[in-house]
Design a protein around this ligand. Structure first.
Ligand code: ADP
Ligand code: ZN
Ligand code: ZN
Length: 741
């Protein structure tokens, strides 16, 4: 048999087997590999091998309890491996939960768990028959009373001696064993039975109908303004699918882990009549055991809906019948390390492969997707209005900082007068405001006026960011941290001062300029502990916050019902970035954050502080004109021959010195040979990254470009062995369709 293992090599390995049952393609096996044993995936059963018979080693074990991965799934992993220039094993195995990749855990993972349920006799006895102070016993009894049945592992979490206790209670006839299958009700014909549904708007209805009518591969772009009720369209389309096909599964992707609880709650409430375990989540925040359980639920078809972040695109779902990608434009769909895949692009591939519909939803579609729709390859469904009858889109006002200054109107530590006034008015009216800036920490720069010293990270070519509450200087690139110096380390001047502002400083300023306001900050620093983001967001929803200040974490997807004002600070920096995607990202981000205002009927207002109020991007934003922005930006891209009109790949190298990294790239470029007869592939000069040094490693990149995807792909593949033979750098990687160029 031929087995793929997680090794950075595009080859599979042959093994012989002597197993009672013939092995199946897609099954997991434990095989000797070098001096270790590793878990691999059978990807072919072959009668002969190029490996001499004497050297062919035996498979150590096969995971017979786990149904083999389907051919379609292996083909998906194979496509991703091929497209992103990796080996099959490097894609397939990391896509599995850790527990499955550890053969010593197979037995426990697949052991059928004993379950118990309360009998009426027990119900009559509890809790009086239990010793008054036996709180663990009482917890067990309570859990049995609340749930249809209780598994032994959950019971053990409540009481370490649950097993012995259950033996005792079984003997007394208080509880009985629950048949594993008995708890699973057959799927009702109507998965949304008894749930009150909102009346769809005409636009929503048309969108749902179009998706429900779809046959075979059907890519949709659901272009709906913020608050237009895209979620409701997904829910209706899914209800139709799950009702019509009693085994069908659906995959719903969201860009951010913080959005999963909100979605999960909505989905669970809506599909309450589906069996327990029919909705599972998949994201990197799950504990290992839960991740394995949820993965298996999807793999065995018990889970009808998988809700997850980008990694869920590689979930094994044998009955997958529809894919939804919410906020499809979000850069978070791109994995930035290891296998650098785009979950959105793989969603399209997977839908095509399985011949099923895929819905990409966004208020600001990526220009790649918009271009597909313009060409008629994706069906466009448009929601032009907000779903809640009284809710209009917020009005956008540009606050000209230059004009404020000339008129002598003071701004307080970066907050312009009109914004402060608007914030005060909201607090007085008991409405919520949101202040957005994409920079965490207190100030990005700490410097000395006297000698020009600036606090930098000793390991990176970057400034160290001042964090006031943590009383530290921190590097946002490598995690380096130190105490804040009391005086300038170079000249001894004690007047070292922060320059610029981050969320912590704005939080501080807000507390002083809007007295009495309850200010809450949400960013990566304030939500470091697991679950804390959730707690903070619920405070906002509960109305316990007047002004929420934060980074893009607060901009995305949240359905804040009481926010009527959004203030945007520091947006200008992105206007003049050298990255050609910066303006697209800024437009999307500002549209998203603006979309948090006025969602529930009260009119919303957005104030953007800027020095360039006449900039075309802000003007389009103020007109709420995504279409105008998208079409003019696409025209510019076409003229400049940039994606989506050409295809790109990036070779990145990391070396101990910049020279080493550049030399590697130059050698690689010299050895690059476009395939004969194929279209041109342009190889650009090797250049250092903007932040060239991170954690003492120097980084450089080399861009390749072609008008033909096929030509680029083929020459990248031919290039791989050459790259592997080159030396002199610590690491290198190839990224196909890079987002940061
Ligand atoms: P989007 O994802 O398009 O920004 P949401 O799906 O979050 O919008 O919907 C915005 C709000 O509108 C939500 O509170 C949702 O419950 C509500 N909503 C959606 N559709 C309807 C409808 N047909 N009637 C009433 N309210 C709706
Ligand atoms: Zn100094
Ligand atoms: Zn650093």
């Amino acid at each position: 048999m031929r087995v793929a293992v997680d090794q950075p090599m595009p080859v599979q390995f042959d093994y012989r087997y002597a197993l009672a049952e013939p092995p199946l393609v897609g099954a997991l096996v434990l095989v000797p590999f070098g001096r270790r044993e590793v878990v691999g995936l059978i990807c072919d059963i072959v009668a002969t091998s190029d490996v001499p018979a004497g050297k062919l080693r035996h498979v150590s074990a096969i995971c017979s309890a786990c149904a083999p991965l389907s051919e379609a799934w292996i083909a998906l992993a194979g496509f991703a491996a091929d497209y992103y220039q990796r080996g099959l094993g490097e894609v397939a195995l990391p896509a599995l939960p850790q527990a499955l990749r550890d053969a010593s855990r197979w037995n426990r993972l697949f052991a059928v768990e004993e379950r118990f349920r309360l009998r009426p006799e027990g119900r009559a006895q509890f809790p009086d028959a239990l010793p008054a102070r036996a709180s663990a016993l009482r917890r067990l009894a309570e859990a049995l009373g609340e749930q249809p049945s209780l598994g032994l592992s959950d019971a053990r979490a409540l009481h370490p001696k649950a097993s012995a206790t259950f033996d005792d209670w079984l003997a007394r006839g208080w509880i009985e064993r629950a048949d594993a299958d008995a708890g699973e009700a057959a799927t009702p014909a109507d998965p949304v039975a008894n749930v009150p549904l909102p009346v769809l708007t005409d636009e929503q209805r048309e969108a749902v109908d179009a998706i429900s009518r779809a046959q075979g591969f059907a890519p949709f772009l659901l272009h709906g303004v913020t608050g237009s009720g895209k979620t409701e369209v997904y829910l209706h389309a899914l209800a139709g699918l799950l009702g019509a096909q009693p085994e069908a599964q659906a995959l719903v992707l969201v860009p951010e882990i913080n959005l999963t609880p909100q979605f999960e709650a909505v989905f669970r409430a809506r599909f309450a009549s589906l069996a327990d375990g029919a909705i599972v989540t998949m994201h990197s925040g799950l504990a290992e055991g839960e991740r394995a359980r949820n993965w298996l639920a999807a793999h065995t078809g018990v889970a009808r809906i998988v809700l997850g972040t980008r990694l869920a695109i590689l979930a094994s779902m044998p009955k997958l019948a529809m894919i939804v990608v919410d906020e499809e434009h979000d850069p978070a769909y791109k994995q930035q390390e290891g296998l650098r895949y785009s979950a959105r692009d793989l969603a399209i591939y997977r839908a095509k492969q399985l011949d099923i519909p895929v819905v990409l939803g966004s208020a600001t579609p990526s220009l790649e997707t918009w271009w597909q729709a313009e060409q008629g390859r994706y069906t466009r469904l448009t929601l032009t209005r907000r779903a809640v009858a009284e809710a209009a889109l917020p009005s956008v006002r540009l606050v000209d900082l230059e004009e404020e200054r000339q008129r002598g109107r003071a701004s307080v530590d970066g907050l312009a007068g009109p914004l402060i006034a608007a914030l005060k008015a909201r607090v007085e009216r008991g409405e919520q405001s949101l202040v957005f800036l994409n920079r965490r920490g207190y100030a990005p720069i700490l410097s000395c006026d006297a000698c020009g010293w600036v606090a930098g990270c000793p390991r990176c070519s970057a400034y160290a960011v001042l964090h006031k509450p943590e009383r530290a200087l921190r590097c946002h690139h490598c995690g380096w941290e130190s105490r804040i110096p009391k005086s300038c380390p170079d000249c001894g001047n004690i007047d070292i001062a922060p320059m610029g502002r981050g969320t912590q400083r704005v939080e501080e300023t807000l507390a002083s300029v809007v007295p009495g306001a309850r200010v809450l900050r949400i960013d990566a620093d304030s939500t470091r502990r697991k679950g804390s983001a959730q707690a903070l967001f619920s405070d906002v929803h509960a109305g316990e916050v007047d002004i929420l200040v934060g980074t893009q974490m607060i901009a995305k997807g949240h359905d804040f019902r009481r926010v009527t004002l959004v203030g945007v600070l520091n947006a200008d920096t992105a206007l003049f970035s050298h990255d050609f995607r910066a303006s697209e990202r800024l437009f999307a981000q500002l549209t998203q954050v603006s979309g948090r205002a006025g969602r529930a009927g009260l009119p919303g207002e957005v104030l953007i502080q800027t020095r360039y109020p006449r900039h075309a991007l802000y003007q389009a934003l103020a007109r709420q004109d995504y279409v105008g922005f998208a079409n003019s930006t696409l025209a510019e891209r076409r003229d400049a021959r940039l994606p989506p009109f050409v295809y790109q790949a990036m070779l990145r190298a990391e070396g101990r010195t910049l020279e080493a990294a550049l030399a590697f790239l130059e050698e690689a470029a010299a050895a690059f040979a476009p395939l004969p007869g194929a279209d041109r592939v342009t190889v650009y000069d090797a250049v250092p990254l903007t932040i060239v040094k991170v954690f003492n490693v120097h980084r450089a990149q080399l861009l390749l470009e072609s008008a033909s995807r096929a030509a680029l792909q083929a020459s990248l593949r031919a290039w791989q062995p050459v790259l592997r033979s080159l030396k002199g750098v610590l690491r290198w990687n190839v990224e196909v369709d890079p987002l940061d160029v």
